[in-house]
Design a protein. Structure first.
Length: 393
C-alpha cells in the first residue's frame, strides 16, 4: 500500500470544511474514530494491541519480554491544525512495518507502534498528557481533575481515573524513535527530505489572570475604569518585545474573557503565555520580565495580575549515541534542533530516544498550511523502516 492510499483513509476525519484545518481533540468523536482505525489497521497486520490505562495505545510486532524499539506519535490536533502533526508518525509506522515485512525482515526484538493521548494539550491544557501519565510526570488524580472548556473532566472523558505511572510498560521500551513532520524550514533549506533531531528547546505554558471591575461600557467614564483588558493588551505587546530582545519565542494565542459581553467592561481576562528559548535560563528570565511588565501596567489600570505555571518542560537533548547512529545510517542526515514539544521529549528521561523529521516546504505548522509531499513522506517511511531494522536486529 502506498503512503497516499493509507493517508487518504484518515484524511476526512475531523476535517473542518470552514477552515481546511482539523478538529481532533482528545477523546472526542474524530479522535476516537482515529483510534478505532488504528486498532483495525493493527489487527490487519496481526499486531498485538495493548492499552496502558492512560489513553495510550500500543501495538507490538513479535512481542516478548525483551525490551523492544517503539515508534509512533499522536492523533489529536490543535484547533484547526494541520493534517501531518502527529498522524504522520503513526501512518508512517504502519507502513514501515509493511516495508520490513516486504523485505522479509524478521525482528530479533519487538517492534511497537504507539498512539499517545492528548499530546497537544488542546482539550485539557496539559501537553503530552498521555506520555506524562505513563512516565509518572503527572499524578493520576491531578490529571483526572483537569477540565476542558466545557467543564468536562479528564476522568469523565476517559470514563475512568487514569492509571498513572506504568513502570512495567516503560521497561518494555528499549528505545523510542518518533517520526514527525518538521515544524520549521531547516530541511527545506538543507535540500534533504529527512533529518534527525538534536534537542527540544525548553518551553512551557503559563496562565495569566487579569482581574478588574465589571461595569457598563456606555456609562462608565474612561477615567473611572479598572479594565483588565487594557492590562492584557499591554502584556501581549510586552511579551513580543521581551522575546525579541532575548532571541526567544513568546506567544499569547488563547484567552478567556468574563463576562464576554460587547457592552460590558470585563471583570476578568485569562490568557495563556507560551514561552520557548534555547536555554531554560532565558525562558525563566523572559517569563519573569513579561510578568513584571504586566504588574507594572496593572498599577496604572487599577487591576490585578497573577501568574500560574501550567506545564514547564526542561531542555531535551536526545540520546547522542542513538542520534549519531541514526544520522550515519541515513547517509549523514542533517541534525537539527526544534522548538516544538513532543512525547519523545517526555520519554527521553526514561529511555534512549530519537526523532526523525520529514521536510515541510512551507515551514508552517499548527495551521492548515502545514504540508509534506507524498514523495518526502515515502522517504520518511523508508528511513523509519531502516532505523527500525537497525535497532531491532
Amino acid at each position: 500500500m502506498t503512503f497516499r492510499e493509507l493517508w487518504d483513509q484518515i484524511a476526512p476525519i475531523g476535517l473542518s470544511a470552514a477552515t481546511g484545518g482539523y478538529l481532533r481533540y482528545a477523546w472526542t468523536e474524530p479522535e476516537l474514530a482515529l483510534r478505532d482505525w488504528f486498532r483495525s489497521q493493527c489487527r490487519e497486520r496481526e499486531l498485538t494491541m495493548e492499552e496502558d490505562g492512560n489513553g495510550n495505545l500500543f501495538a507490538w510486532w513479535n512481542p516478548s519480554d525483551e525490551p523492544g524499539v517503539l515508534t509512533g506519535s499522536h492523533f489529536d490536533s490543535v484547533p484547526h491544525g494541520g493534517a501531518y502533526d502527529g498522524p504522520l508518525g503513526i501512518v508512517s509506522a504502519l507502513l514501515a512495518v509493511d516495508a520490513l515485512r516486504d523485505r522479509g525482515f524478521r525482528p530479533a526484538r519487538p517492534i511497537g507502534i504507539a498512539a499517545f493521548a492528548e499530546e497537544e494539550g488542546s482539550r485539557f491544557g496539559l501537553a503530552c498528557l498521555g506520555s506524562r501519565l505513563l512516565c509518572g510526570a503527572v499524578e493520576a488524580e491531578t490529571a483526572a481533575a483537569l477540565r476542558d472548556r466545557d467543564g468536562v473532566t479528564l476522568g469523565s472523558a476517559m470514563g475512568v481515573v487514569p492509571a498513572g505511572a506504568r513502570k512495567e510498560v516503560l521497561t518494555r521500551i528499549g528505545s523510542y524513535v518518533e517520526l514527525h513532520v518538521e515544524q520549521g524550514r531547516g530541511l527545506a533549506e538543507s535540500g534533504r527530505p529527512v533529518g534527525v533531531a538534536s534537542a527540544i528547546w525548553p518551553h512551557g505554558r503559563w496562565r495569566l489572570d487579569f482581574t478588574g471591575e465589571a461595569n457598563h461600557a456606555g456609562t462608565t467614564l474612561m477615567a473611572d475604569r479598572h479594565d483588565p483588558m487594557l492590562t492584557f493588551a499591554y502584556t501581549v505587546l510586552a511579551a513580543n518585545k521581551e522575546a525579541r530582545l532575548r532571541g526567544a519565542h513568546a506567544t499569547i494565542g488563547r484567552i478567556a474573557v468574563e463576562p464576554n459581553a460587547t457592552n460590558a467592561i470585563p471583570a476578568r481576562v485569562s490568557a495563556w503565555l507560551d514561552a520557548r528559548a534555547a536555554a531554560a535560563s532565558v525562558v525563566e528570565d523572559l517569563v519573569a520580565a513579561v510578568h513584571g511588565r504586566a504588574v507594572e501596567r496593572s498599577h496604572r489600570d487599577g487591576t490585578q495580575v497573577s501568574l500560574t505555571p501550567e506545564s514547564v518542560s526542561a531542555e531535551t537533548t536526545f540520546d547522542g549515541e542513538l542520534r549519531d547512529r541514526i544520522a550515519r545510517l541515513l547517509d549523514d542526515a542533517p541534525i537539527l534542533p526544534t522548538g516544538a514539544g513532543h512525547d519523545a521529549g517526555v520519554l527521553s528521561a526514561h529511555v534512549p530516544t530519537a526523532m526523525l523529521f520529514v521536510r515541510n516546504p512551507t515551514g508552517v505548522s499548527h495551521s492548515p498550511a502545514e504540508y509534506a509531499s507524498d514523495a518526502d513522506c515515502e522517504a520518511g517511511v523508508t528511513a523509519l523502516a531502516d532505523v527500525l531494522a537497525e535497532l531491532a536486529s
